[in-house]
Design a protein around this ligand. Structure first.
Ligand code: COS
Length: 382
């Protein structure tokens, strides 16, 4: 059976997220893009609406949303402002390894507090020398009695400076390489954590990105997720689940760019008629509309697979890669329709283009997504 319709609940969720994006995010997107301020008030409203804790299971007082519903919300929020979307969904990314691999006690201890009071979490995998090669982690978490002692640093951490909780991937057994990596939950208040400077980014400027330094950070062994040495698998399985929402964000950014381009093309007159009546413009718009639809279908399919508990690594990589590539292509083409106006900061097009770029890079570059897809599609070679 195949059914593309959304349930009444899903439609209500979509409407709620769309209204939030239109009323709260879009009117403030340029302001937070220009300055260095954090959109605190909008995040408070996002918390009250349940977006920040949407993937925390209901038994731990969260929204308990499935991946398809998260994809629906992600598209809407990113259509409002990709930077604010990133702040919200980076917490979901950090909650995911706890949801997938935490014990009941860990979920209660680490997740439930986020449902009571607004807070953020951060997924700490990337290091200066371990980006795409995530297994090259150098940060160590060596056992000392009933504690791990963490030393090292992480970079490009979304929510790094504002998070109350970090999920840190570190070597508990440095001799074992990838198989010596473990996932450990580290509360922000633990002594020895220093937050580096906030990165000055091209786009997603409403989100906070920092380096993090760990110096003799002592964390009880009860904060280990899964087992020692399983950290790399924890990271990979997390990304399999979450990458689809980056594709959904790509759909959101592309959809906004397309909407602006259509409105503009219908009103902008050149050579005595609206430019939408020139086939060059109309065909660009047709191409963009096709690609937005195709990307959404990939995203929803990968989310559906995840919700069914079926393998989804290849499909979520496809959704992430295609969705973000469509965001980039659409933003560039839509800006072109605006001509010189598109290049000006008074118009929203250049922000969309800058925001689209990061979607092709974070949560695994699109080159890594193509690697994941090609490995599975080609299979083993004898
Ligand atoms: N699910 C379960 N297990 C997985 C897995 C997945 N999705 N992907 C890899 N593994 C397992 C492999 O099966 C292998 O296990 P064995 O050693 O028992 O065979 C192990 O993990 C190592 O995998 P692999 O050999 O594929 O590792 P590589 O170093 O070659 O590459 C990639 C792994 C490139 C896919 C990984 O490093 C990656 O995803 N990098 C990008 C990281 C990223 O997204 N960073 C963004 C920052 S987080 S916001």
């Amino acid at each position: 059976m195949i059914d593309f319709s959304l349930s009444e609940e899903q439609q209500a969720l979509q409407n709620m997220a769309r209204e939030f994006a239109v009323k709260e995010m879009r009117p403030n997107a340029a302001k937070y893009d220009r300055g260095d301020d954090f959109p605190e008030e909008i995040m408070k409203k996002a918390f009250e609406a349940g977006f920040i804790t949407c993937n925390i299971p209901q038994e731990y007082d969260g929204g308990g949303l499935k991946e398809l519903e998260i994809a629906i919300i992600s598209e809407e929020l990113a259509a409002g402002c990709a930077g604010m979307f990133t702040t919200i969904m980076a917490s979901s990314l950090a909650f995911t390894p706890i949801i997938l691999f935490g014990t009941d006690e860990q979920k209660r201890r680490f997740l439930t507090p986020f449902t009571k009071k607004m807070g953020f979490a951060a997924f700490c995998l990337t290091e200066r020398e371990a980006g795409s090669d995530a297994g090259a982690t150098k940060t160590r978490a060596l056992r000392d009695g009933d504690h791990y002692v963490i030393n090292g640093s992480k970079c490009f951490i979304t929510n790094g400076g504002i998070a109350g909780l970090y999920v840190v991937f570190a070597l508990t057994d440095p001799d074992k390489g990838i198989r010596g990596v473990s996932a450990i939950v580290v509360p922000r208040e633990t002594p020895g954590i220093t937050i580096g400077k906030e990165e000055d980014k091209l786009g997603h400027r409403a989100s906070n990105t920092t380096e993090l330094f760990f110096e003799d950070v002592r964390v009880p062994v009860e904060n280990l997720l899964a087992r020692e040495g399983m950290g790399f698998i924890v990271a990979m399985k997390t990304l399999d689940v979450t990458r689809g929402s980056v594709g959904a964000a790509g759909v959101g950014v592309a959809r906004t760019a397309l909407e602006y381009a259509i409105d503009y093309a219908k009103t902008r007159q050149q050579f005595g008629k609206p430019i939408a009546l020139f086939q060059n413009t109309a065909f660009k718009i047709a191409q963009m509309a096709m690609e937005v639809n195709a990307a959404r279908h990939l995203v929803w399919h990968s989310a559906w697979l995840t919700d069914q508990g079926k393998p989804c690594g290849k499909e979520s990589a496809m959704a992430k890669c295609f969705g973000s590539d469509v965001a980039m292509r659409t933003a560039v083409e839509a800006l072109q329709i605006f001509g010189g106006y598109g290049y000006m900061k008074d118009y929203p097009m250049e922000k969309l283009m800058r925001d689209a770029k990061l979607l092709q890079i974070y949560e695994g570059t699109n080159e890594i997504q193509r690697l994941v897809i090609s490995r599975e599609v080609i299979g083993s070679i004898k």
